[in-house]
Write a protein that binds this ligand. Sequence first.
Ligand code: NAP
Length: 304
Amino acid sequence: MEDLIIIGGGPAGLTAGLYAARSRLKTLLLEKLSPGGQVLLTDSVENYPGFPEGISGFELMDRMRRQAENFGLDIQSREVIQLHLTPDKKEVVTANGLLESRSLILTMGATPRKLGIDGEDRLTGKGVSYCATCDGPFYRDREVAVIGGGDTAVEEALYLTRFATRVHIVHRRNELRATKLLQERAFAQERIAFVWDTVPTRIVGETGVATIELKHVKTGHLSQLRVDGVFVFVGYDPNNKLVKSLLELDSYGFVLTNNDLETSVPGVFAAGDIRSKLLRQISTAVGEGATAAFAAERYLENRT
Ligand code: NAP
């Protein structure tokens, strides 16, 4: 029986693992593929303190993993299929066997949201993308559309200007949600054009993207925009499949916790993007990972 199982290997999970390993809890971190989480999709991280020149998402996560492993954290690539939660014991069913733990920290994060429009699924990987770092280089000297007006959309649109001759940011309102600094950069970037008060209604193409159909939300007017690629950044949905029927969630499906990051089931904690909260950042995920590990340790102490 483990003292603690952490599910998910992004910044929150790896930090929880680092703290738990240093506290000498018998800890296992489970990750479906390899640790890193969504940060791996980010070309450059500029607002994680301590890196004044910025740091690549891959390098930051590699450092976090190595640091946790240096203190003895056991990281295993195993997909979790089901959880059984009781006050005494948490059972973790994985693709290759059952694991038992006295406590759990959930750090499964969130997944990019889809638009849910015609052509999106069919053309995913053939011009429709959710990762500029992965697919941006395919659009050298081409035109692309970015859907969304938040931090991710604007940051990734700026990144795409390294390759594309024109990046059309299509946003459903007439002002951006993104941080002011990112807005200033986007407005100053000549390769970025804005399409305000507009939503995509259809992505058209046979073997690749040919055009997207756009609808003006105020007039209802339909138009076509010729682009070679469509990058969708319209927020994230929580990876809550395992806990949907077991824990209290907010109306968007994010896991509710108290101040100590404990969920509605004692001994089960949550940290990072999966949690219901105001700000989803690497810096907030890291702080929550530390808090959750400390709270789990206290929970275990109180039960012995
Ligand atoms: P977000 O802040 O939720 O923004 C989503 C954007 O997509 C909004 O502009 C929203 O429009 C739009 N949108 C949502 N559903 C849509 C739909 N069905 N059709 C068209 N547009 C739609 O998501 P995010 O930008 O991915 O950011 C998520 C979190 O990560 C935020 O807390 C953000 O601050 C953080 N983040 C931070 C950084 C950074 O600090 N560098 C980088 C990336 C992400 P409305 O504005 O009208 O709602």
